[in-house]
Design a protein around this ligand. Structure first.
Ligand code: HEC
Ligand code: HEC
Ligand code: HEC
Ligand code: HEC
Ligand code: HEC
Ligand code: HEC
Ligand code: HEC
Ligand code: HEC
Ligand code: HEC
Ligand code: HEC
Ligand code: HEC
Length: 412
């Protein structure tokens, strides 16, 4: 009832206004005043009770208001200015004026999803707004650097939306927010402008699924994307064994996000990251983590302390090379220097200690192998001997006890 009466009121207002505006309106396409007669009312609602108000001040401050666009340039099906107009109007098509952006958007993961009828994916207006669209450099724009996290997180950072749309990766917005990059964005000083927000890694009108080879976050392209800011690290990485393998097209070798993650990136000196990195190396180099865990360094990090040598402390984090390469931190020529970074008075013989000595590998570690075998024999010998000894002992004491426990007078 409320809506109907309001509708009626709107009509009266509109028709009255139209009569006044008629001479002008009949000649030229409808001016904004015609539309705002009804739509400037803050409480205006449609038949379903949804708001249909347009704030004239906000529209004026938008880029389209600034360019003096009229309402009907977007709402083209009321261009004749005949009011009251039809209840349902066609959706606005941005293409007429932004052909390039529309074409780009079509190729993105969101554009493709929408074209397939998955309407939960982002449309132009989900990222830009409707009557309050601003240029990206305007600090009030949802596409401004400092606001983009919130814009993407409306969906990718909302548990409810993630669940409803089955968004890949889960709540990545929350992960990002707590990362080293997210913290830069949450700062107050000039650092706000330095860290990457979502689109610095994903692109804006070229956001693609991670398994799309054209995506900036496709496995093969991640080092390039991160390297756009971390260029010194990328150069180190490219010279290392993993980077070299990547260039030969072996994508099984790790890229930045295998060790650092994509959205949960933490400072490198935090114990949480250092310990996690050891596990990441170990996922691929299983023999080497097993031998590492047998050493003092490996046992200490296993207990959660990071003051000792991690894999990266000996091999480097990005520049690791085979030991046979003279440039490797563990080559014969560099090994002593590597140990001396922590063991200041280490000698050449100290450095010859094998950090991956393997008690099962007779060729690699003969001394360790035979010592381990000797210990095994000793262990089996000792337990075997005393085991048998105990069995006989038990048997004897049982007999003695049984004999002692018989009632008096009874004969054997
Ligand atoms: C006489 C008052 C009046 C005037 C003048 C008017 N409108 Fe509306 N408009 C309405 C009402 C009422 C509705 C809600 C219709 C409904 O119940 O769904 C509406 C809805 C709309 C919608 C939403 C349509 C949809 O599909 O949901 C758009 C867009 C719109 N108007 C644009 C305009 C434009 C542009 C002008 C100027 C040319 C204009 N209106 C002039 C009363 C008016
Ligand atoms: C840059 C294009 C553009 C201009 C200019 C524009 N609109 Fe819209 N308007 C939109 C978009 C986009 C929507 C969202 C619905 C859709 O996609 O069709 C919308 C929706 C609406 C609605 C439905 C309620 C809502 O907010 O979703 C009304 C009413 C409306 N516009 C009125 C106006 C009036 C009045 C003017 C002029 C003051 C105007 N529009 C100018 C793009 C525009
Ligand atoms: C996922 C969010 C998102 C979607 C969806 C999106 N945009 Fe954008 N758009 C952005 C961001 C972010 C920028 C700012 C880029 C920059 O910093 O220069 C931008 C920039 C623009 C620009 C100005 C720069 C240029 O490329 O010309 C236009 C125009 C534009 N978008 C129109 C559109 C249109 C039209 C659509 C729908 C077909 C759309 N956008 C869909 C996020 C989006
Ligand atoms: C009638 C033509 C027209 C329509 C329709 C239109 N725009 Fe625009 N838009 C413009 C003009 C003109 C500019 C200012 C361009 C400039 O100065 O570079 C602009 C600017 C923009 C900008 C800022 C570009 C920048 O340089 O940062 C964005 C974003 C934008 N429009 C998005 C949209 C979206 C989204 C739609 C559809 C809902 C839309 N526009 C519909 C004409 C239009
Ligand atoms: C520092 C770069 C970077 C930033 C910033 C970033 N991402 Fe990502 N994102 C990536 C990489 C790399 C991948 C691919 C991860 C993989 O291959 O497992 C990815 C994957 C994704 C995925 C797919 C997840 C999956 O597991 O399938 C989504 C969704 C996503 N990002 C959204 C976002 C959103 C939203 C933001 C901002 C809140 C954001 N990203 C910020 C680099 C980034
Ligand atoms: C209106 C909600 C919404 C907004 C806003 C949104 N997205 Fe999405 N996004 C989705 C949906 C839904 C999908 C899944 C599309 C599909 O079904 O393939 C998706 C998919 C993605 C993917 C592909 C993940 C993969 O690897 O498969 C990335 C990356 C992504 N979005 C990043 C972003 C970024 C960056 C922004 C902000 C600039 C953003 N999204 C804004 C809803 C949204
Ligand atoms: C094999 C695992 C691994 C890969 C791949 C990797 N990193 Fe690292 N990264 C590490 C470890 C471990 C550290 C900590 C090193 C330390 O403790 O000195 C680190 C440290 C860092 C640091 C901080 C230290 C500094 O010197 O500023 C940055 C930034 C960084 N990595 C970026 C990258 C980028 C960008 C890539 C891809 C080109 C990448 N990483 C690839 C493991 C890796
Ligand atoms: C838009 C630029 C930009 C991009 C793209 C970017 N970063 Fe960063 N990153 C920064 C800035 C700025 C910092 C903070 C300053 C610093 O410590 O170097 C930072 C910090 C880091 C740190 C912590 C450094 C430390 O001292 O511990 C790591 C690790 C890191 N980034 C990894 C990555 C990875 C991995 C990617 C790609 C998935 C990436 N970054 C993409 C700008 C970027
Ligand atoms: C995603 C899997 C993966 C991760 C994670 C990984 N690596 Fe590798 N790494 C490889 C592959 C594959 C090779 C090449 C092996 C080959 O050529 O036989 C390699 C080669 C090496 C080499 C050169 C020795 C050789 O056999 O070529 C060293 C040293 C090395 N990795 C150390 C590390 C360290 C230290 C870490 C952790 C900071 C690490 N790796 C993390 C896959 C990985
Ligand atoms: C205390 C220093 C140190 C630590 C800690 C360490 N390594 Fe090593 N690593 C070495 C040395 C020295 C060699 C070369 C041994 C040799 O001469 O064969 C080596 C060899 C390797 C190789 C084979 C290189 C080749 O050329 O064949 C891999 C792979 C490797 N380590 C991975 C790891 C991983 C993964 C970790 C952590 C789980 C780790 N290392 C921890 C010092 C270390
Ligand atoms: C990141 C620092 C760091 C690096 C690099 C490092 N260590 Fe250690 N290591 C430690 C610390 C700390 C301890 C425990 C305190 C101690 O004994 O000095 C330790 C303990 C040891 C121990 C057992 C305790 C002992 O002193 O007998 C051996 C053996 C050892 N390191 C050998 C090496 C060798 C060989 C290298 C070079 C290939 C090396 N370490 C590189 C930090 C490091």
């Amino acid at each position: 009832m409320v809506h109907l009466s309001r509708l009626f009121l709107l009509c009266i207002l509109g028709c009255g206004g139209l009569l006044l505006a008629l001479p002008a309106a009949a000649a030229a396409p409808a001016g904004n005043d015609t539309c705002l007669m009804c739509h400037a009312d803050k409480d205006a609602r449609n038949g379903q009770g949804q708001p249909i108000a347009v704030d004239p001040a906000r529209f004026k401050a938008s880029v389209h208001g600034e360019m003096q666009l009229t309402c009907v340039m977007c709402h083209a099906d009321v261009a004749d200015g005949k009011v009251p107009h039809a209840d349902k109007l066609k959706p606005v098509d941005c293409k007429g004026c932004h052909e390039k952006a529309v074409a780009e958007y079509r190729g993105t993961v969101h554009g493709k999803a929408r074209a397939d009828g998955r309407t939960l994916a982002a449309s132009c207006t989900d990222c830009h707004g409707t009557h309050d669209i601003r240029r990206a450099k305007d600090p009030a724009s949802p596409t401004n650097h400092v606001n983009l996290e919130a814009t993407c997180s409306k969906c990718h950072g909302s548990d409810a939306y993630v669940e409803k749309a089955k968004l890949p990766g889960g709540n990545v917005g929350r992960q990002y927010h707590d990362s080293v990059h997210g913290k830069l964005l949450a700062g107050k000083g000039p650092e706000r402008q330095m860290g990457p927000e979502c689109t610095d890694c994903h692109g804006t009108h070229d956001i693609r699924a991670k398994d799309d080879p054209q995506s900036r976050v496709h496995r093969a392209r991640v080092p390039e994307t991160c390297g756009s800011c971390h260029d010194a690290i990328r150069a180190q990485f490219t010279g290392g064994q993993h980077g070299k393998l990547r260039q030969q097209g072996m994508t099984g070798a790790p890229g930045c996000n295998d060790c650092h993650s994509a959205h949960d990136i933490q400072r490198h000196d935090l114990p949480r990251f250092q310990l996690e990195a050891i596990k990441q190396c170990g996922n691929c180099h299983q023999d080497f983590i097993a031998t590492y865990r047998d050493t003092f360094h490996g046992k200490v990090t296993n207990l959660g302390y990071t003051q000792v040598a991690t894999c990266a402390a000996c091999h480097g984090a990005h520049e690791m090379l085979p030991a046979s390469d003279p440039a490797s931190k563990v080559s014969a020529g560099n090994r002593l220097k590597t140990c001396q970074a922590c063991h200041a008075d280490a000698s050449a013989s100290f450095a010859s200690w094998d950090p991956h000595a393997n008690k099962h590998d007779r060729a690699r570690s003969p001394l360790y192998y035979w010592a381990a075998r000797f210990m095994e024999v000793l262990l089996i010998g000792v337990f075997g001997f005393f085991g048998i000894h105990t069995v006989f002992w038990f048997y004897r004491s049982l007999r003695v006890r049984l004999a002692a426990g018989r009632p008096h007078g009874e004969k054997r």
